[in-house]
Design a protein around this ligand. Structure first.
Ligand SMILES: [Zn+2]
Length: 322
């Protein structure tokens, strides 16, 4: 059943087009129209990545990976075959996700529980809500609205917006649009973090911060938002404490910069352990990494919610450890 769908996707999106949407550029052209460039799948320093646009295949002489478009998406976003298919379908229907994000943005202003939650997380500037295009998923209304817009139920289920029972997947969540996904933070007792199927993508808003000589890396979007509100425009977010290959590659792009790791300071020390491992890894790749020591039990969000200010956070940056 799935193979016609695979063929359809491959006919609609060429490997080269997809690579270019991910900012891949060929370094040189070789025989039979084939292209060589830096490999997007490993930390490559010389062009090892071969693309054959006629056959729609790739092969890397550095890391040994090769295959077709779907294989590339699996490796690049570190997702399963099914998730890669979902991601590709969604890249064709980007308007669906922007329609969803716009709907959730309107809901945010209609539901006092959402505003109350944001207040509790220290978010009080309307321009911050606007900047991050934050929205609210009340549940039980997205499906109806999208069907009114002309989307089919099947499309919504494939995108993971509606579950098998026909209900909205996101319910009672603050929603942030990501580059090819949505992140939903539960405001009630449900599992706190939720994404649509597919990878979380690269570092949040990386293209807006990668020119800074100092970058602050946090785990969560609510950490990022309060830092932004306090005037730190050079912050980015990994959407979790584990960085995927793409995020690591972004931090180790050879541009000299200092990365401040402002991870959660949990009681059991796991956030700090993760930061330590990551700082070693970044240093091995030639980046400068420093660990910010937040007071015990705090993350950047709770630091600001509990009365910390920009000046105090700046002092923590100055005292960060290698
Ligand atoms: Zn490679």
């Amino acid at each position: 059943m799935i193979w016609p769908a695979v063929d359809a996707i491959k006919q609609q999106i060429s490997l080269l087009d997809y690579l270019q949407t991910q900012n891949w550029q060929p370094a040189r052209r070789i025989s039979r129209g084939r292209l060589m460039g830096v490999c997007p799948l490993h930390l490559d320093h010389k062009p090892s990545f071969l693309v054959d646009p006629l056959k729609n295949l790739f092969y890397c002489y550095g890391c040994g990976h090769g295959g077709d478009l779907i294989r590339f998406v699996e490796l690049y976003h570190q997702v399963s075959f099914g998730e890669a298919m979902a991601l590709l379908r969604r890249s064709r229907c980007g308007s669906l996700l922007s329609d969803v994000a716009r709907f959730y943005q309107i809901q945010l202003h209609r539901h006092p529980e959402a505003a109350a939650y944001l207040e509790q997380r220290g978010i009080h500037q309307p321009q911050v809500i606007e900047e991050f295009a934050m929205g609210y998923a009340p549940g039980r209304c997205l499906r109806h609205w999208l069907i009114t817009l002309g989307y089919s139920l099947g499309e919504l289920q494939q995108a993971g917006l509606v579950n098998a029972a026909g209900l909205d997947s996101f319910s009672h969540r603050i929603v942030f649009p990501l580059e090819a996904n949505l992140y939903g933070r539960a405001i009630g007792n449900a599992a706190p973090h939720r994404f649509l199927p597919g990878g979380k993508g690269g570092l949040y808003g990386w293209e807006r911060v990668n020119h800074y000589s100092e970058v602050i890396l946090v785990e969560g979007l609510f950490d990022l938002v309060v830092l932004w509100q306090a005037g730190f425009r050079n912050a980015t977010c990994a959407l979790g404490s584990h960085l995927n290959t793409r995020q690591l590659r972004q931090l180790c792009d050879g541009v000299p910069r200092t990365v401040y790791l402002a991870f959660d300071s949990d009681a059991n020390g796991s956030g700090q352990q993760t930061a330590l491992r990551l700082s070693r890894r970044l240093r091995q790749q030639g980046a400068t990494a420093l660990r910010v020591q937040l007071p015990d039990g705090h993350d950047p969000n709770s630091f600001f919610v509990d009365g910390g200010d920009g000046r105090q956070f700046q002092q923590l940056l100055e005292r960060a450890l290698p």
